[in-house]
Design a binder for this molecule. Structure first.
Ligand SMILES: C[S@@+](CC[C@H](N)C(=O)[O-])C[C@H]1O[C@@H](n2cnc3c(N)ncnc32)[C@H](O)[C@@H]1O
Length: 291
């Protein structure tokens, strides 16, 4: 109730509704009302009715990919936890995604625990952030609000990300890179360079700061991604293909956050495993017309 009241007082919330929902066709908004009250979790994700739509879409998509490949467990990693709102939400979403897909989801967060480090240079948006932004006031309180098994690894990601995925008992399906800085994102992207089988062949990636007005390919996450792609031919981070066209509501800004890590050296993508299926045969319209 308190949450609903604070939302109703939030100017950004109303602005977003105006821009993203009321600018959409009226019939879709009417169907949304029905889905809101009676729809399944999956339907609510499709209609953008779930808190933190960006994580909901990415986690459900990753679980769907895993299920299609017979994989029973995946990991979701959040780099940049701050006070933990994203991680708590991720844990809540994971419960629903598991219920829907049967895919178990392990969740791990990474943060200094003391807020943003000092920006290294112009590539870290020193005009925007200062050292100590987004601190975590109470680690124990955060841990109490997380389900058992969800953990946060504290320390600079330059020390905690490298080699981490090797320790996991299942592939990573979703990575949130919500560190804003170029330098921190470069460090966290070390976690995308583990053995290919430690990822889904297409692993969902969220980039947190790509929507700020100062973002451009010479700074921040976009620069980190560009350099990563240049250096690693078999690991490519690319905006999720045609996401806007694939969604019911087209105006949502969160689409711009969603990327895919294409693991091109994964056995499933490198041509190592032969596909077990019949050949695809397309319809022959001329034979149908003749008969
Ligand atoms: C924008 S906040 C994350 C917000 C959070 N994901 C959420 O949804 O509520 C960015 C976080 O990244 C962390 N961070 C930035 N650079 C880091 C680094 N090099 N190592 C560890 N954490 C870092 C900061 O401590 C800060 O808490």
């Amino acid at each position: 109730m308190m949450f609903l009241l604070s939302k109703l007082k939030d100017v950004d919330f109303w602005e977003r509704q105006l821009r993203e929902r009321l600018a959409e066709p009226i019939h879709l908004n009417l169907i949304s009302l029905f889905v809101y009250f009676f729809g399944s979790f999956r339907a609510k994700v499709a209609f953008d009715l779930v808190e933190r739509r960006r994580y909901a879409f990415a986690l459900l998509k990753a679980a769907d990919y895993a299920k299609a490949q017979g994989i029973g467990k995946i990991y979701a990693l959040e780099f940049g936890v701050a006070a933990g709102a994203g991680l708590v939400n991720l844990a809540w979403l994971a419960r629903h995604v598991t219920k829907d897909t049967g895919v178990e989801i392990g969740i791990v967060g990474f943060d200094t625990g003391t807020g943003m480090p000092r920006p290294v240079d112009y590539r870290d948006y020193p005009e925007e952030f200062i050292e100590g932004d987004f601190p975590l006031p109470d680690r124990e309180a955060l841990q109490r609000n997380l389900p058992p098994g969800v953990r946060v690894i504290y320390g600079p990601v330059g020390e905690t990300a490298r080699g981490f995925v090797e320790s996991l008992d299942a592939p990573v399906g979703f990575v949130s890179l919500d560190l804003a800085y170029y330098s921190s994102t470069v460090d966290a992207m070390q976690a995308l360079l583990g053995p290919a089988e430690k990822y889904l062949p297409m692993t969902l990636v969220y980039l947190g700061a790509v929507l700020i007005d100062n973002a451009n390919p010479a700074v921040g996450e976009l620069l980190a991604v560009r350099e990563f792609n240049e250096l690693h031919r078999f690991r490519q981070v690319h905006p999720f293909n045609c996401l806007r066209d694939k969604r019911i509501f087209k105006n949502a800004m969160w689409h711009n956050h969603i990327y895919t890590l294409h693991v091109l050296d994964h056995p499933k993508r490198a041509g190592v495993e032969k596909l077990k299926r019949d050949v695809w045969v397309l319809e022959q319209p001329y034979t149908a017309a003749e008969s």
